[in-house]
Design a protein around this ligand. Structure first.
Ligand SMILES: *Cc1c(COP(=O)(O)O)cnc(C)c1O
Length: 432
């Protein structure tokens, strides 16, 4: 096993060789070597509980052995790994499993479009298709929304730091207030409706309305069922496509496979990525209503679409976890457990702390960036990996694997509680 001094030397090598843009190696300063389920191991043997799950790309945990078995078997048989978007056995099996286990069970009908491997690639495809279908240019997106780092996706994302960093003038999106943005008494869906139905409101007719049902990066802001239904109705009434970005909140994160099921929505396009492959392999796709599948063959393309290894793990994940309700019910139960524990922590500490979220996507609002930052830093020192989100990074974001063992969940929550207590104690001393 390597010692801490080796790790220090390796960290310096990393700092010298890797671009300054690196971020998570700063937030979580360690060199990770192995991982399984909800535990990551560092080179010098430290165990870290993972409440971050690769920003939601590891809903079924690290190196899930049941899913891994399918990949290993596939590799071992010299089956096709890369085949552009050619028809392969792996693709056919994924299409059939996704259609029967996920779509038909929910009375949904979609064509599947495989895009480039990242979430941003899929967002670009969704926006491009909306513009093509409607002949319109503008897109409605929401305050605090996040959709990725390519220019079209940043244009529809609210974060100031990322927008400025793009270095060009971003166009093609109009921002509207998300649910609750103007306080509990303002129905921002009604506001959007008025703006879009008024031809002289100054907002160009949109090709699409792009929404997250829970804003993951934006601070775990939760949209209500009623609000989401109203937004869908506004899209319909104004001839815009209704797009749900389910990249982070999909694949079971909120309890059901799709984060919009609870509201009974029927989006025109659903964007999927992150946990879709089930194994942290890059795989992204759009679900597109058949009548909107207006592409010419090859009109939107890319080298790495529907990577077969990722399709094999995606098929395994669907088969293992989504054939019946058991897994989904477990996510709801674990989510409620986490929420009640976090609510107790919030009320014990007072200080205006609050908890929000759905399913196993929960946010602990620390009110100030300083408390959230110090708490997550202390938590990492104590062996818990947890990230922050929100406009000022003031919200601690709980995204454990949906498969997490309750004992490990408990240990992680305890570390969070202790870290918060220590942060508050030291802050109190500084103020005194
Ligand atoms: C992560 C994320 C994206 C972007 O995905 P990348 O793979 O990082 O390009 C888009 N939308 C949401 C909601 C996300 O969480």
């Amino acid at each position: 096993m390597r010692r801490a001094t080796d790790e220090g030397r390796d960290t310096r090598a990393l700092e010298a060789l890797e671009s300054n843009v690196r971020i998570y190696s700063r937030v979580f300063p360690a060199i990770f070597s192995r991982a399984r389920g909800s535990i990551m191991l560092t080179e010098c043997g430290r165990k870290i509980i993972d409440f971050f799950s690769g920003a939601g790309a590891l809903n079924y945990g690290h190196n899930n052995h049941e899913i891994k078995a399918a990949i290993v078997e596939y590799l071992d048989s010299d089956a096709v790994v890369h085949g552009l978007d050619m028809a392969t056995t792996a693709k056919l099996e994924f299409l059939k499993a996704f259609d029967s286990i996920i779509l038909q069970e929910r009375d949904l009908q979609y064509r599947l479009q495989f895009t480039g491997p990242t979430g941003a690639n899929a967002i670009e495809a969704a926006l491009k298709l909306s513009r093509k279908v409607t002949g319109r240019k503008n897109v409605i997106s929401f305050t605090r929304g996040y959709h990725g780092m390519s220019l079209g996706a940043i244009a529809a994302s609210a974060n100031h730091f990322y927008r400025v960093g793009s270095g060009v003038s971003l166009s093609g999106a109009t921002f509207m207030p998300y649910d609750g943005y103007l306080g509990p008494d303002v129905d921002t869906a009604e506001y959007l409706r008025n703006m879009l139905l008024d031809k002289s409101s100054g907002v160009d007719c949109p090709a699409a309305i792009l929404v997250e049902t829970v804003q993951g990066e934006g601070g775990i802001n939760v949209a209500s069922k009623e609000w989401l239904r109203s937004i869908q109705a506004v899209a319909k009434d104004t001839g815009a496509l209704f797009i749900v970005d389910d990249i982070q909140m999909g694949c079971g994160r909120t309890g059901e496979f799709f984060s919009f099921e609870f509201a009974g929505l029927s989006p025109d396009i659903v964007v999927m990525s992150k946990s879709l492959s089930g194994y942290g392999l890059p795989l992204s796709m759009l679900l597109v209503k058949e009548e909107l599948d207006a592409w010419q063959p090859g009109e939107h393309t890319g080298t790495f679409r529907s990577n077969n290894l990722a399709l094999v793990s995606a098929t395994a994940a669907i088969n293992i976890y989504w054939r019946d309700q058991t897994f989904s019910q477990g996510v709801h139960r674990t989510g409620e457990l986490m929420r009640s524990r976090l609510e107790i922590i919030a009320s014990e500490h007072g200080n205006g702390f609050s908890v929000r979220g759905r399913g196993m996507a929960l946010g602990f609002d620390c009110q100030t960036a300083e408390i959230a930052e110090a708490t997550t830093r202390k938590a990492f020192e104590k062996g818990l990996m947890i990230e922050r989100c929100g406009p000022d990074d003031q919200v601690v974001k709980f995204l454990p694997a949906l498969t997490i063992d309750h004992e490990i969940l408990d240990q992680g929550l305890k570390i969070f509680d202790e870290s918060l207590a220590e942060t508050r104690k030291s802050g109190w001393r500084y103020n005194a």
